[in-house]
Design a protein around this ligand. Structure first.
Ligand SMILES: [Fe+2]
Length: 257
């Protein structure tokens, strides 16, 4: 499994404070079946990280994981706040792409009204970047205007939903919206957005299973992310019966397997 969104690097955003926390997160990721974890620290006004810092921390963490025989590869990336995008120099922006491929992980603002969200993203595409939108299901602007999201997808933007959203970790409204996006073929990836090994843990398989999305798991968490990292063509979504993917009626924390 390839996890495209995680805050595994220590001391540079709201992820772990020290490398021990990174190691705990990495071990939990490997235990949950992840073999490649993309480190996507925030690049925002609060966390003005740069590609050099991220690359150095990725190298350190990979060396530590190898020394401790943790079977997990960390790749460099970033979660770039949309409000910060215009302030980043073009060469730096290209270095912040996921795993060195053509895709940028862009975080839309959580606010209900966002002016120019779609035009900013389409502009980036015209500059040669591909856009993977981080957790659109947690963005109020898309709840108010789902058509904006579907037209962005028609224009080539892909979406990465947070696994926890599918099982209610961000509330019922976010869960229902995420599941409706799945039914409408508007989800292309599911990632953990892990921040630690407990409260916001890595792994996506259990959540996909609980949400009834297991038939899409390989496509969402292996095939599409491999194409994103490698810069290849995105494989078509497998034909699965989506009417069977209904909102989970029982809260995720009461379900047992
Ligand atoms: Fe994130």
């Amino acid at each position: 499994m390839i996890d495209l969104h995680s805050h595994v690097l220590a001391g540079i955003d709201d992820g772990p404070e020290a490398i021990e926390g990174s190691l705990a997160l990495a071990r939990a990721a490997a235990d949950a079946g992840t073999r490649v974890l993309v480190a996507t620290p925030h690049v925002s006004w609060n966390y003005p990280n740069d590609a050099d810092t991220i690359a150095a921390l990725v190298e350190d963490l990979n060396a530590r994981l190898a020394a401790e025989a943790v079977a997990l590869e960390i790749r460099a990336g970033a979660e770039i706040a949309m409000t910060r995008l215009i302030d980043i120099a073009p060469a730096e922006l290209a270095r912040l792409r996921l795993g060195g491929g053509p895709w940028l992980l862009v975080e839309p603002p959580f606010a209900p009204m966002v002016t120019g969200l779609d035009s900013i993203l389409l502009d980036l595409q015209r500059q040669g970047h591909r856009i993977l939108l981080a957790h659109p299901e947690r963005c109020q602007a898309f709840h108010r205007d789902p058509q904006m999201l579907s037209s962005l997808v028609r224009a080539g933007v892909l979406t990465s939903v947070t696994a926890g959203s599918l099982v209610g970790r961000f509330g019922g409204e976010v869960r229902r919206f995420a599941l409706s996006l799945a039914r409408e073929d508007l989800i292309h990836n599911v990632a953990s957005d892990a921040h630690d090994n407990v409260r916001r843990p890595p792994g996506t398989a259990a959540e996909l299973r609980q949400a009834g999305l297991e038939p899409l798991a390989d496509w969402l968490t292996e095939q599409v992310p491999a194409a994103i990292l490698g810069g290849g063509e995105i494989p078509p979504r497998p034909e699965v019966e989506l009417s069977s993917i209904e909102p989970v009626r029982q809260p995720w924390w009461r379900r047992h397997h």
